[in-house]
Design a protein around this ligand. Structure first.
Ligand code: ATP
Ligand code: MG
Length: 426
């Protein structure tokens, strides 16, 4: 086995047992997004490197050291595996003139790539679902996005996910704050770590986003952007908070929250849990009114969020009982040449009635097949033997409850099976 090829470090195979939970989550996410009028947008995983450099910012962690970038040897194009999908969404909206006539509520779901140090809750290929409200200027849509998240935690049965909120104002307000921030950081230059020393001159606001514990006291005492906001920014911030209060959603204002991407303005937020160790941010987002122009489009207000599926699943795993997901509702066992042929038709008829059916393949005696049926997690076994085939009937055995085995006409089998499954749910 020593020369067997392994997956790339930090990139995971998701095996069927676990993938069942992924599929269930993805279905819930899609119907939740649709219930707020969000429609799906699918963009490529590869984009021109320039897109992310311009959108996320040259001096962010993502662009400085986390991107999988390479030059296409065939044509010399500089390409990057997407580290996030807001930039791609905006690129597509501009390229296809999607906002012509009306604003858009869009969502995406899929893999992202960042060259980070792999650890629990942090991978090099990970999955995000994100919602983007494009063409909306008011605080109402910021608030709606937050209400959506609150509903999702509820739907998924997740507790203890807390909202942290901040406003980082307008570019002009940030410029005024920057002068004070740089003065403050220079006065403490000897206490800055290497990253922060560098950023002091390139992107001082990023210093506030440092995760280095030894930097925290300094960051705590730094001049606050929130205190440099003008009336318009404050009114927007108040507007968001008002809706949250009306809806009874608790939040705390965190003046040091700046987010790791440069495109944000006004509202920024994170949903954080203390149940996932150091990787406690489940969802992050905010407003990005300048991004369309930054990548060559017309000025367009916009707001959105992204959440990590691995972190959601880890929280859900905590919340759910440790019972393996059933592969199918019904398992069809069959023996004898007439029954073997009949099995195909019976399985298809059950599927016609919307049931999930696993048909036994590979032969073997009834006893061995029933063992497989049990191990599959199916609720019912449909049994076809020589007698059943000869009389055009089927036997049905409940695999999870003590019940008498039934023998029914083939024509009534779908109804019998549906009734038994329905009873099981009660
Ligand atoms: P963090 O502070 O944990 O690095 P981030 O601010 O870089 O997060 P965003 O870029 O805002 O994260 O992405 C939104 C969400 O995507 C995060 O809240 C998290 O749930 C998830 N996420 C980000 N990076 C990773 C990763 N490397 N592995 C798994 N999930 C991730
Ligand atoms: Mg990060």
């Amino acid at each position: 086995m020593s020369n067997a090829i392994q997956a790339v470090r930090g990139m995971n195979d998701i095996l069927p047992e676990e993938a069942a939970h992924w599929e269930a989550l993805e279905e819930m996410l899609r119907s939740w997004l649709r219930s707020y009028g969000y429609r799906n947008l699918r963009t490529p995983v590869l984009e021109p490197t320039a897109l992310f450099r311009r959108a996320i910012g040259e001096t962010t962690d993502i662009v400085e050291r986390e991107m999988y970038s390479f030059v296409d040897e065939l044509n010399g194009e500089a390409l990057t595996l997407r580290p996030e999908a807001t930039a791609s969404t905006v690129r597509a909206a501009i390229q296809h003139n999607l906002l012509y006539g009306s604003p858009q509520r869009l969502y995406y779901m899929g893999p992202m790539f960042r060259h980070e140090r792999p650890q629990k809750g942090r991978y090099r290929q990970f999955y995000q679902v994100g919602a983007e409200a494009l063409g909306y200027a008011g605080p109402d849509v910021d608030a709606e996005l937050l209400l959506m998240c609150a509903r999702l935690w509820d739907d998924l049965g997740l507790e203890g996910i807390k909202l942290q909120l901040n406003s980082i104002g307008s570019p002009e307000e940030r410029a005024r704050h920057r002068v004070e921030l740089v003065r403050y950081l220079q006065a403490h230059e000897e206490s800055l770590d290497a990253d922060s020393k560098r950023r002091l001159h390139t992107n001082p606001l990023r210093v506030l986003d440092s995760k280095n514990p030894s930097m925290q006291p300094l960051i705590e005492a730094a001049p606050r952007l929130l205190e440099h906001l003008g009336d318009a920014s404050l009114a927007h911030f108040d507007g968001v908070q008002q809706v949250l209060k009306d809806a009874g959603i608790h939040f705390s204002i965190n003046p040091r929250l700046v987010r790791g991407l440069d495109y944000y303005n006004l509202t920024v937020f994170e949903w954080v849990t203390d149940r996932l160790g150091a990787q406690g941010t489940v969802c992050g987002g905010g407003r990005y009114d300048g991004l369309f122009e930054q990548i060559g489009g017309k000025p367009t207000p916009a707001c959105g969020f992204a959440m990590g599926l691995e972190r959601l699943l880890a929280l859900m795993q905590e919340a759910r009982a440790a019972e393996p997901a059933a592969q199918c509702e019904v398992y069809v066992v069959h023996q004898g040449s007439a029954a073997d042929r009949m099995a195909f038709g019976v399985a298809e008829e059950l599927r016609n009635h919307g049931l999930s059916v696993l048909q036994h393949c590979g032969g073997g005696n009834f006893k061995a097949q029933m063992k497989k049926a049990d191990a599959s997690g199916a609720i019912l076994a449909v049994i076809l033997g020589e007698d059943e085939a000869a009389s055009d009937q089927a036997s049905v055995k409940h695999l999870r409850q003590e019940r008498e085995q039934l023998r029914v006409a083939r024509a009534t089998l779908p109804d019998t099976v549906t009734n038994l499954l329905f009873l099981e749910d009660e």
